[in-house]
Design a protein around this ligand. Structure first.
Ligand code: UDP
Length: 245
C-alpha cells in the first residue's frame, strides 16, 4: 500500500473502496488492529506529542479525513487518493458488514446517542448486528472494555471519544477488547443519531464543510485556526525541502 508522510504522520493512499476492502479483509481474517482518521488538528497534536504520533502511525489504516490533509499532500508532493472522511468510511463499512451479518459495538458520545445511532444504522442496513452500545463519558476505561466483552464481543467497535482520547484508548485496550477492528471516528455517532447534521452536499463537494460547521457553530473558530496554521507549517516544510517532521 502506497503511503504519504505529512509532518511525520503516515497516511495510506487508498480510495474509499480500497479502505473498506482492506478493513473487510482484516475482519474476515480476524486480524486485530485499529483505524485512525486524522484531520489537521490530529496531525498538529502529533507534532507536539511523539508518543501520540507513534500510536497514529501504528494503525492498521490511516485515512485522510478532511480537505486540509489533501491540500497538504499536494503541497508536499505526497501521494494520497483523495479524501476518505471518517464518517463516510464508517457508513460504507457498516453497509459491507451488514451483508455478512457482522457485529458492531458503538462506544462514545453523550448518553443515549450511541443507542439512537445503533437503531438508525440497523434500520438502514438490515443484516447488521448491533452487539451493544456505551456512552463516552466513563471515568474508568475498564468500564467500556467490560461493556464490549460482556456482550459477547464484536467484529468492529466504533470508538467515538474525540482526539486524542479515542486513539489512546484504542492503542491501550485493543488486546483486552474482544473485537477485531477498532475505528476512531470522532463525532460520527452524533451524525448517525441525527444529533449533528453534516453540511449540505454542495459544501462537501466544494471542500467547504469546515466553513459550514463554522457558520453553524462559531465557537469552533479557535479549533478552525488550526487549518491555516497547519497549511502554513506545511508550506514552510515544502520550502525548506524537508517532507518528514
Ligand atoms: N466525547 C466522548 N467522551 C469524551 C469527550 C468527547 O464521548 O470524553 C464525544 C463527544 O460527545 C462527540 C465526540 O466525542 O460525540 C467528539 O466530537 P468532535 O466533534 O470533537 O470530534 P471530531 O469529529 O470533530 O473529531
Amino acid at each position: 500500500m502506497e503511503t504519504a508522510s505529512i509532518l511525520g504522520v503516515r497516511f495510506d493512499a487508498v480510495t474509499m473502496q480500497q479502505a473498506v476492502d482492506t478493513a473487510m479483509d482484516r475482519l474476515r481474517a480476524c486480524r486485530k488492529g485499529y483505524v485512525v482518521t486524522p484531520n489537521p488538528e490530529i496531525v498538529d497534536l502529533c507534532r507536539k506529542d511523539s508518543a501520540y504520533r507513534d500510536i497514529v502511525n501504528r494503525a492498521a489504516l490511516v485515512l485522510p479525513d478532511g480537505i486540509g490533509i489533501i491540500y497538504a499532500a499536494k503541497i508536499l508532493g505526497e501521494p494520497v487518493s483523495g479524501k476518505v472522511a471518517g464518517v463516510e468510511f464508517a457508513e460504507h463499512l457498516v453497509s459491507a458488514m451488514a451483508k455478512e451479518h457482522m457485529r458492531l459495538f458503538l462506544l462514545g458520545a453523550k448518553p443515549g446517542v450511541a443507542e439512537q445511532a445503533g437503531k438508525n444504522l440497523c434500520a438502514k442496513y438490515p443484516g447488521l448486528v448491533l452487539a451493544g452500545t456505551h456512552d463516552g463519558y466513563f471515568s474508568d476505561p475498564q468500564t467500556a472494555v467490560d461493556a464490549v466483552n460482556a456482550c459477547g464481543g464484536a467484529d468492529v467497535v466504533f470508538v467515538c471519544l474525540g482526539a486524542p482520547k479515542q486513539e489512546k484508548f484504542m492503542a491501550q485496550y485493543q488486546d483486552a477488547l474482544d473485537a477485531t477492528l477498532l475505528c476512531g471516528l470522532g463525532g460520527s455517532l452524533d451524525v448517525f443519531a441525527g444529533v449533528a447534521k453534516r453540511a449540505p452536499d454542495i459544501f462537501i463537494k466544494l471542500g467547504l464543510e469546515w466553513f459550514y460547521r463554522l457558520l453553524k457553530q462559531p465557537s469552533r473558530i479557535g479549533r478552525m485556526m488550526t487549518l491555516p496554521k497547519f497549511l502554513l507549517i506545511v508550506i514552510g516544510q515544502r520550502l525548506s525541502g524537508r517532507k518528514g517532521k
